[in-house]
Design a protein around this ligand. Structure first.
Ligand code: ADP
Ligand code: MG
Length: 714
C-alpha cells in the first residue's frame, strides 16, 4: 500500500507498538499527525562564538578542533566519563561526556566539530559537559536551528526529530498540495512540502518564517472554509417564528432596571426571532455588562411562542452558574428548566432527554442549560426554538459544526465577553449580526489595578491578609501546570516575531498546587483551595462551590476560572507571572472581582523569584493599569500579539483538550491580514466550487477536521 499522511506511524522504521502507544497518547497516530506536531522552540546553534566570548548565562555554539585523544575514566559503581581537549583561536576547552564511552572513536585528533552546550569558565580554563557535537567542515553548512519538541512521556525530543525526518522523507515523493497553485502565487505562500520540512528542520530563520506563514495560513483557510460551509447549511432552513416578544413578565421580576443597551439588544433579538429566517446574532459586551438577562429574555420569547430553548456554556462551572442564576427566574415564570452536563447522572440524563423529545407539550422540557453534553447523540428537541451559546469561540470548530448540524431550524444567539474585533468576528462566526452592549449597569466600581514585581511579595501578603480580615476573598491565578518545562537557553519563537512578544523571558512558573501549598504555609490560619484544568469536573465544582459559599478564603487557580464565574464577595485578584497572559485574558480575569459591593483590586505580579521581565512585557502590563475598556484592550492585544488570544482556548489547555479550536501555530502572534486573506480566499473558493468537488484533497481535509469530533463529544 502506498504510504500517505493517513498511514500509521508504525510504517516508520523503528516504531513498534510501544512507541506508537506513546505517540497515540499525545494525539499522534498517523504520519500527518506527526508532521503537525510542531516544535515549540528552536535552539540557535548557528550563532557561533569563540570560547572566550561564550555566554555565561546559557548555551553557546563553538567550533573546536580535537587536540587530545579521548580518555576514558572509570569511577566506582559502574560510572565512567570520557574526556578530551579541543580548541579554537581563543582558547582550549575540556570536553566531558558521562557514561558514553562508545563516543570515544568519534572524536579523532584534528577533527573539527560544532559543539553546542554551556561553556563553563574557571580562570583561563574552559570546559563543556555533554555538549551536542556535529561534525563540521567549511564546505557543508550545518543547519543553524534545531527543533525543540514538547516533552512527552516515553519519547525523547531527539526521537521525535528522527521520526519526523523519516516521515518527511517518506512523504516527500507523494505529497500533494491541498491549496491550488494560483492561491499560493497570489498570497506568496510556499508549498506545503517546503513548509513542513522547514517548520521541523529550518535551513534558516527566513525559511522558518516562510514555512510558518504558510502553515498558519492553512489553519485559517481550512477553518474559514469549514465555518463558511456550516454557515451556508444553516441559512437554507426555515426557522420557527417566535412572535410572542413581550418580556415584561421577566423584567418585572428583576431587582433592577435594564440599561438602554440591554433594551436595544433585546429589541434586536425580538425582531430577529419573529422572522422565519434563523437568527444568527452575537451579543457582545464587556464582562459584567449583563448579557445573561438578555439571553433569558430570548429564551422566554422562544418558550412563550411554544418552543424550547437551550443555553450552552463552555465549562461545567459556568453551566452550573447559569443554571443557578436562571432556574429560579424561570421557575417563577412557570417555565421548566433543567441542567445537563457531563456530571449529570445517567438516570437524570435519560429523564431530560425524554422530556426534551416529548411530543406532548405538557410534559415537554422547555429550557435546558448545559455544556457540550447538549450536543451528544440522543439529545433531541421536539420543538427547537433557540440555542444560546456563551463564549462560543471557546468551543471547538467541530463542536460548532455539530451545533449547527443539530439545530438547523433553531435561532442562534451567541454571547461573548471577548471583545472580538470585527475582522476576527467575521472569521470566527461568519456572517453574524452584532448587538453590542457598550454600557455597564449603573453603580459599578472600577477594579484598581497594579503591576508589581517579586520585590512586593511581602506587601502583597500583607494586603491579602487585610482583605480577608475585612471579610473579603481572594483569587490567585497562576499559569498552567504543564507549561513548566521551559529552559531559558532556547531561542524562543518571539525572537523572530513568531510568538507573543511577552514570551521572551521565561521565569519559573508558579504552579497552582505548589503555590497553594506555599500560601497555606504563609497563612496557616486561613483556608486555601486550588483549582486546575486537570481536575475532575466534580472536584472543580466542589472547590468552586466552597469558594462561593465563603468556606475558602483564598482560591488558587489556573485560568479555568477565567470565564463568567461570579463570586461577589471576592475582592482581590492576584495574577502570578502576569506577563505570560494576554491582555484580554487579564481583563477577563480582572472581571472576576468587583462584582459585589466591596472595593476591589487586581494585582499583576510580573516575573517570579526575582527574574527580570522585559520592558516590553512591563509596557503591556501597564496598559492594564490605565485601560478598563475591554475593546480598547482587545485592540491593543491584537496589535501587539496577533489573534492568538482570541483563537486559543485557555492557557490551561483544558478547553482545548475537549475539542477547542485547534490552531496549532496560529495561536502564536501573527498579523491579522493573513487571517482576513485566508477567510476571503476561502469564501471565493466556495463561491466557485460550493461542494469542493474540484478540490478533493481539501474537501477530505475539511471533512476530517469537522466531523472527527463526534467521538470526542460526550
Ligand atoms: P455578563 O455580561 O458578563 O455575562 P452578567 O449577565 O453575568 O454579565 O451580569 C453581571 C451582573 O450584573 C449580574 O449579577 C446581573 O444580575 C447584574 N445586572 C445585569 N443587568 C443589570 C442592570 N441593568 N442593572 C443592575 N445590575 C445588572
Ligand atoms: Mg456571562
Amino acid at each position: 500500500m502506498a504510504i500517505t499522511r493517513e498511514s500509521p506511524v508504525t510504517v516508520l522504521p523503528g516504531i513498534g507498538k510501544t512507541r506508537a502507544e506513546y505517540y497515540a497518547k499525545m494525539g499522534v497516530q498517523t504520519l500527518g499527525d506527526l508532521l503537525s506536531h510542531y516544535p515549540r522552540a528552536y535552539e540557535n546553534r548557528g550563532d557561533v562564538t569563540l570560547l572566550a566570548d561564550a555566554r555565561i548565562d546559557g548555551k553557546s555554539a563553538v567550533i573546536l578542533t580535537v587536540a587530545s585523544e579521548p580518555r576514558c575514566v572509570r569511577l566506582r559503581s559502574h560510572k565512567s566519563f570520557l574526556k578530551f581537549r579541543a580548541f579554537d583561536e581563543s582558547g582550549s576547552c575540556e570536553i566531558v561526556y558521562f557514561n558514553q564511552d562508545y563516543l570515544r572513536s568519534q572524536f579523532p585528533i584534528g577533527a573539527t566539530f560544532r559543539f553546542f552546550g554551556k561553556v563553563e569558565r574557571t580562570g583561563k580554563k574552559f570546559s563543556m559537559s555533554s555538549p551536542v557535537a556535529e561534525a563540521w567542515t567549511e564546505f557543508a553548512e550545518l543547519p543553524p536551528l534545531w527543533p525543540v519538541y514538547r516533552m512527552t512521556e516515553g519519547i525523547t525530543p531527539k526521537q521525535i526529530a528522527k521520526d519526523v525526518s523519516a516521515a518527511l522523507d517518506l512523504l516527500a515523493a507523494t505529497a500533494e498540495d491541498p491549496l491550488p497553485p494560483a492561491l499560493l502565487e497570489r498570497r506568496s505562500l510556499c508549498t506545503l512540502a517546503y513548509a513542513e520540512r522547514n517548520i521541523h528542520k529550518p535551513t534558516s530563520w527566513q525559511a522558518l518564517a516562510t514555512a510558518r506563514r504558510r502553515l498558519v495560513y492553512d489553519e485559517f483557510f481550512c477553518f474559514s472554509l469549514g465555518a463558511a460551509m456550516a454557515c451556508k447549511q444553516e441559512k437554507q432552513h426555515g426557522a420557527p417564528i417566535c412572535p410572542n416578544g413581550d418580556v415584561s413578565a421577566l423584567t418585572a421580576l428583576l431587582p433592577y432596571e435594564l440599561t438602554g443597551a440591554q433594551k436595544r439588544a433585546i429589541a434586536d433579538i425580538t425582531r430577529d426571532m419573529a422572522r422565519d429566517v434563523p437568527m444568527s446574532r452575537i451579543l457582545v459586551g464587556d464582562v459584567g455588562c449583563g448579557k445573561t438577562v438578555c439571553a433569558a429574555a430570548a429564551m422566554l420569547i422562544a418558550v412563550q411562542s411554544g418552543r424550547q430553548a437551550a443555553l450552552m456554556a463552555p465549562t461545567e462551572i459556568l453551566a452550573r452558574q447559569h443554571y443557578s442564576d436562571l432556574s429560579p427566574i424561570f421557575q417563577s415564570l412557570g417555565i421548566s428548566c433543567e441542567l445537563l452536563i457531563g456530571a449529570t447522572t445517567a438516570a437524570q440524563k435519560r429523564k431530560i432527554k425524554l422530556s426534551l423529545a416529548s411530543p406532548d407539550e405538557k410534559t415537554r422540557l422547555q429550557v435546558v442549560i448545559g455544556t457540550h453534553a447538549l450536543l451528544s447523540d440522543g439529545v433531541d428537541f421536539a420543538a427547537p426554538g433557540l440555542v444560546v451559546t456563551d463564549e462560543q469561540h471557546r468551543f471547538g470548530a467541530r463542536q460548532r459544526a455539530k451545533l449547527s448540524e443539530k439545530n438547523t431550524h433553531a435561532h442562534l444567539l451567541v454571547m461573548s465577553a471577548t471583545p472580538i474585533p470585527r475582522s476576527l468576528a467575521l472569521v470566527l462566526y461568519g456572517d453574524l449580526d452584532i448587538s453590542r452592549i457598550g454600557e455597564m449597569p449603573p453603580g459599578r466600581q472600577r477594579v484598581d489595578t497594579f503591576a508589581v514585581d517579586e520585590t512586593y511579595r511581602e506587601r502583597l501578603n500583607g494586603f491579602i491578609r487585610k482583605q480577608i480580615t475585612e471579610g473579603g476573598q481572594v483569587y490567585v491565578v497562576c499559569p498552567a501546570v504543564e507549561e513548566q518545562e521551559e529552559s531559558p537557553e532556547e531561542v524562543i519563537l518571539s525572537e523572530i516575531g513568531m510568538e507573543g512578544a511577552h514570551r521572551e523571558d521565561r521565569p519559573p512558573l508558579k504552579a497552582a498546587i505548589s503555590y497553594a501549598e506555599e500560601l497555606q504555609k504563609t497563612f496557616p490560619d486561613l483556608t486555601v483551595g486550588f483549582l486546575h484544568g486537570r481536575m475532575k469536573s466534580s472536584e472543580k465544582d466542589n472547590v468552586m462551590r466552597k469558594f462561593a459559599d465563603g468556606e475558602l478564603h483564598i482560591l488558587v487557580s489556573t485560568t479555568v476560572i477565567e470565564v463568567g464565574v461570579n463570586v461577589p464577595n471576592a475582592c482581590l485578584m492576584i495574577v502570578e507571572n502576569a506577563e505570560r497572559f494576554g491582555l484580554s485574558q487579564l481583563h477577563q480575569l480582572r472581571g472576576r472581582v468587583g462584582r459585589g459591593t466591596r472595593k476591589s483590586y487586581c494585582i499583576l505580579v510580573a516575573g517570579g523569584d526575582g527574574t527580570t521581565v522585559s520592558e516590553n512585557s512591563r509596557a503591556r502590563l501597564n496598559v492594564m493599569k490605565t485601560t478598563y475598556d475591554g475593546y480598547r484592550i482587545a485592540e491593543q492585544d491584537l496589535a501587539q500579539r496577533g489573534p492568538g488570544d482570541f483563537l486559543a482556548a485557555s492557557a490551561d489547555g483544558s478547553v482545548r483538550q475537549s475539542g477547542g479550536l485547534s490552531f496549532r501555530l496560529a495561536d502564536a502572534g501573527e498579523d491579522v491580514s493573513l487571517l482576513t486573506d485566508a477567510s476571503t480566499d476561502a469564501k471565493e473558493l466556495l463561491d466557485a466550487d460550493p461542494t469542493l468537488k474540484n478540490h478533493p484533497i481539501l474537501s477530505e481535509r475539511i471533512r476530517t477536521m469537522f466531523t472527527l469530533e463526534a467521538g470526542l463529544i460526550s
